[in-house]
Design a protein around this ligand. Structure first.
Ligand SMILES: *Cc1c(COP(=O)(O)O)cnc(C)c1O
Length: 415
């Protein structure tokens, strides 16, 4: 047997090293549907604790919305549990095609192709449309799934400093002799909660003859006046060549993703993208659920409007309490603590006070920029947010960080 004691101890040592470095991830068991109020078992074996969830991507509160659950049931009844096939063999139902049309309408693009996840969309799209004669120029903070997708593609890779348009322009000029140049960015950057400057990016793309790719996983459904995403917010609908996004966040929270954009690019993905060709079709239950989600969002902006009000209330409350926030224009609100251990201690104490919010530190964010990342949802009511603010104030007071400057916090706790 190759998996002998030596092999086992090799992995055991790596796992111990992760624990020693504080990088070991331990999952918390939620004994309830995803929502503002959840019951959590943590650590494993502890009694259940009721907490307010401030760290899910359930931005519109749709992951357990009765209408969406009803639609999922209808999908289950009318189209079965699963297709037991990839799309191009016998895994395409009428509702898959209907969902592709509806996403196209929602995002204001030319065509759409579904993928098992956005991770898969990103893993497949670059290789399907670019060759070694082309270049991919990506923002330095793009999501891990984009980095992996770029690795699978033979086109040359380059980067520009986060949201630095002058640097991007330099790179576009540098690569002017390539067959195709593709600018690659997240729509919403999930650690900081800022948005890509899509108007500027489109302007540069037009000036330097480049394609624009945006992964709007954290933006689709609520960013922009009618929730279509960052391209709506920046007034460049119809000008983005490729949008990838997930159905696992604001758009219902189950799973699945897509590539949406230029007709020929979508067709190239249908012919060549490997995660599309070689991984199972999205289950009918989910397709039905997402169809209903998009109907709800196209009928009314009520949920994204409520989210906007909730987010304003939350930001203002934290600021007035004396916390340092990362400025941003999304429902991701990072509370800056700078020191890694402090972020862990504050997160643990918040949990004791009934608030579930995670601390993030190096290597997830740069050294010295540890934080608690909070995420607001339309599923929150003001009473949830008031209670969570009270917990934040109490814990902030305990650690004496309210009203303190960055330098004062670093002086007290180190980096
Ligand atoms: C969450 C996320 C993904 C992954 O989406 P899945 O559908 O869960 O695979 C991809 N890109 C970005 C920017 C994300 O935030």
């Amino acid at each position: 047997m190759a998996y002998n004691d030596q092999t086992r101890s090799l992995y055991q040592k790596e796992i111990e090293d992760l624990k020693a470095q504080g990088l070991f991830k331990q999952e918390r068991l939620i004994h309830a549907p995803q929502a503002a109020d959840i019951e959590v078992e943590y650590p494993a074996g502890s009694p259940l604790k009721k907490v307010i969830n401030m760290c899910s991507n359930n931005y519109l509160g749709l992951s357990s919305h009765p209408e969406v659950i009803k639609a999922a049931h209808e999908g289950l009844e009318s189209r079965g549990y699963g297709m037991s096939s990839v799309r191009f063999i016998c895994g395409t139902q009428d509702i898959h095609s209907e969902l592709e049309k509806k996403v196209t309408e929602f995002l204001g693009t030319e065509d759409t192709i579904l993928f098992p996840s956005c991770m898969d969309a990103n893993a497949g799209v670059f290789e399907a449309v670019l060759t070694d004669k082309d270049v991919m120029i990506a923002d330095r903070l793009v999501h891990a799934s984009i980095i992996d997708g770029m690795r699978l593609c033979k086109a040359m890779q380059d980067t520009y400093k986060h949201s630095d348009m002058a640097h991007l322009e330099e790179k576009l000029k540098l690569h002017r002799d390539k067959r195709l140049r593709m600018i690659i960015t997240d729509g919403v950057f999930s650690m900081d909660g800022d948005t890509a400057r899509m108007d500027e990016i489109v302007r540069l793309a037009e000036a330097h003859d480049a394609l624009v790719f945006v992964d709007d996983s954290h933006g689709s459904g609520y960013i922009g006046r009618t929730g279509r995403g960052v391209h709506e917010k920046y007034g460049v609908m119809g000008k983005i060549d490729i949008i990838t996004t997930t159905f696992g966040k604001a758009l219902g929270g189950a799973s699945g993703g897509c590539v949406s954009g230029r007709r020929e690019i979508v067709e190239m993905c249908r012919q060549k993208a490997r995660p599309y060709l070689f991984s199972n079709t999205i289950a009918p239950v989910i397709v039905s659920g997402v169809l209903r989600v998009l109907d709800l969002l196209m009928k009314s902006t009520e949920r994204r409007d409520k989210l906007e009000r909730n987010t304003e209330f939350w930001r203002r409350g934290l600021k007035e309490a004396g916390f340092i926030l990362k400025e941003g224009d999304t429902s991701i609100v990072p509370v800056m603590l700078f020191n890694a251990k402090l972020s862990q201690d504050v997160s643990r104490d918040l949990y004791q006070e009934g608030v579930y919010a995670m601390g993030f530190f190096f290597p997830v964010v740069p050294k010295g920029q540890a934080r608690i990342r909070t995420q607001v949802s339309a599923g929150h009511e003001i009473h949830h947010l008031e209670k969570a603010l009270e917990a934040f104030r109490k814990v902030g007071k305990k650690y004496d960080i309210l009203g303190k400057t960055k330098d004062e916090i670093i002086r007290a706790y180190g980096l």
